[in-house]
Design a protein around this ligand. Sequence first.
Ligand code: ZN
Length: 91
Amino acid sequence: MTDDLAARLAYYKARGERELAAAHDVVTRHSGENILALVGAVEAVLELHAPLDRGAGPQCAGCATHVTFTRWPCKTVEAIRTALEGSTDDQ
Ligand SMILES: [Zn+2]
């Protein structure tokens, strides 16, 4: 995971934890739980698409096979990065 993605996910995780801690109603509690679940899902995908170097440069551990080389960051990691760009402006 790149530093910028890690920082964005840490921001969302902290936000979800703050919402849960301050929850006074079921809607706010579900909002915090949903944020944490979504962060966990993105982290799981990024763990599958982690960089791997077998001596030919970084490739995606999730996309590359024993016969293909998929440069890292792959399309999946770039799609997540693009989707989260600028999403933490309200920090
Ligand atoms: Zn990949």
